[in-house]
Structures are given as C-alpha cells and as structure tokens.
Design a protein around this ligand. Structure first.
Ligand SMILES: Cc1cc2nc3c(=O)[nH]c(=O)nc-3n(C[C@H](O)[C@H](O)[C@H](O)COP(=O)(O)OP(=O)(O)OC[C@H]3O[C@@H](n4cnc5c(N)ncnc54)[C@H](O)[C@@H]3O)c2cc1C
Length: 242
C-alpha cells in the first residue's frame, strides 16, 4: 500500500465494516455499512459516499480506487447506513460489490453535493435509472406526505429494479433500453400535465439522459433552473464519474 493510501486511511477516510450484504435484484446488491462515526455524522437526504473500494489493492490504478454511492438509508442511533450498488457497469466498483464479504472493512468519505431533498415545490417528478434509484428513494421518503410525486424509473428489464428499504413501491417502473431519450421524453410529456402547483424535477443516472432532459425542461418547457435538479451518475465515455 502506498504512503498516500496510508495517509488517506488514517487521516481522510472513515472506516466501516460491511455488516450485511444482500443481492436484491439480478444486478443490484444492498450493502449495510456499520461505523461508530455514522452515529455522529451530519446528514441531509441526498448525501453520498466516496467509497475507497480499491484502497490497499496495489493492482488497480489510483483513479480506480474510489467510487461514489448514494446513502439509501441511515440509522444514526445504531450507527449504520445502507447503499445499493448496481453492477451493470462491470467496472471496478461492480466487481468490488460482487466479491466483498460481510465482515470486510472499507474506507469512505462523506460528500454533500446539491442533489438534495428540497421541500419548496408542490409536485415532483423523479427520473432515473438503476444506479439512481436508491438516491431517488431517500429523497422521496423525506418529502412531506402532502407532496405529489410522479416518477419514471427505468432499466432494460424492469425486474432489475428493486423495492424501497421499507418494502414499499412508490415509483413507476419501465423497461427501457439505455439512452432511449425519445421514449423517456414521450413518457414525460404524458406526466407533466398531471403535475399540480409549483413543480420540480429530479433527474439522475445516465449523463446522456440528464443532458437531454435538462435541455427539454429548460428550452421547451421554460422551467427555471431552480425547478430542475440533475445529477449525472455515470457517463458512457468515463470511468468513476466524480
Ligand atoms: C453522486 C453519485 C452517486 C452515485 N450513487 C450510486 C448508487 O447509489 N448506486 C450505484 O450503483 N451507482 C451510483 N453512482 C454511480 C457509480 O458511482 C458509477 O456507476 C460508477 O462509475 C460505477 O463504477 P464501476 O467501477 O463499477 O464502473 P466504471 O469503471 O466507472 O465504468 C465502467 C464502464 O461502465 C459504464 N457505467 C458506469 N456506471 C454504469 C451504470 N450504472 N450503468 C451502465 N454503465 C455504467 C461506464 O461508463 C464505463 O464505460 C453514483 C454516482 C454519483 C456521481
């Protein structure tokens, strides 16, 4: 292990133990991380982790040592949190989650970003793929019950999509190929007229879809920047986005 990795482990990153690992669909694992530091963590729904999946593994390059994963659920009293990792990428993060075991340790850092829960609207539209589902679930769970929630969650096989942490199914699932922006836009056009009052859209996942939909909401629907929240989670030409 390099000197830099040792410093990262000791000074920059928090240590957690994988308390539970569960396969929740053909392409997704749920991981429960336990750490004393979670008990005192400052948390807003929408925060994510930089997980040091390759720390200590000398066979992978430095840029492949860390990947981002959203906090799906947190229990500060017990000191644990849950994340859901999709394996479609077949990249280093996907390999890590497939091979990791309960009892293994892993290093992480909190990230805040600005793809956070925001109570300012009356109605919300959640759009995302498998990688973004846990993030959209925690946002949805933390919005007041009187909000109108519309959704468009997709994967090539809808059976790859999973239920929320409390076993509820608050979102509408669709079987759609990757990057099918035209189909997504057609579905969005049917949903928008149903939305009441101040509207907001959250779009996450495939960067191509984020860009196309951001343009549509801004240019075609004239929605303001405040109404559109986008967060590209991955880009077909890049590894380990952010
Ligand atoms: C803020 C943030 C939060 C995130 N939260 C989550 C989360 O909770 N769960 C989760 O599963 N992912 C999440 N991601 C995405 C995850 O970090 C990336 O998908 C990550 O790049 C996958 O790492 P990898 O090493 O497996 O593949 P990489 O080595 O990064 O990529 C290998 C190849 O697969 C492609 N690829 C990457 N991701 C996907 C994908 N999801 N589907 C299809 N192709 C892909 C890449 O473009 C590349 O061509 C998040 C990303 C960000 C920025």
């Amino acid at each position: 292990m390099s000197l830099l990795e040792n410093i990262l482990k000791k000074v920059v990153l928090d240590k957690a133990i994988i308390e539970k690992k569960e396969q929740i669909s053909a392409l997704v694992y749920k991981i429960r991380l336990k750490s004393e530091s979670i008990k005192t963590a400052e948390f807003t729904p929408g925060y994510f982790l930089r997980l040091g999946i390759g720390i200590g593994n000398d066979t992978i390059s430095f840029k492949d040592k860390v990947r981002s994963y959203s906090v799906w659920n947190i229990n500060k009293t017990e000191g644990y949190l849950d994340i859901a990792i999709a394996t479609e990428s077949k990249g280093i993060g996907a390999q890590w989650v497939t091979n990791c075991k309960e009892g293994d340790s892993v290093y992480f850092k909190w990230k805040k970003g600005n793809f956070l829960v925001d109570e300012t609207a009356t109605s919300y539209l959640m759009i995302g793929d498998l990688s973004a589902l846990s993030h959209l679930y925690i946002l949805n769970r933390n919005l007041s019950k009187n909000k109108q929630i519309e959704s468009l969650i997709y994967s090539e096989k809808a059976t790859n999509l999973f239920k929320d942490i409390d076993n509820s199914t608050p979102f509408n699932f669709y079987s759609l190929e990757q990057n099918t922006t035209t189909e997504i836009l057609n579905l969005v056009k049917d949903i928008i007229p149903k939305m009441k009052g101040n509207k907001k859209v959250y779009i996450a996942g495939d960067s191509r879809v984020c860009i196309a939909l951001n343009q549509y909401f801004k240019k075609e629907l004239n929605w303001s920047t405040k109404q559109i929240k986008t967060k590209p989670f991955w880009n077909p030409n890049k590894k380990g986005l952010e």
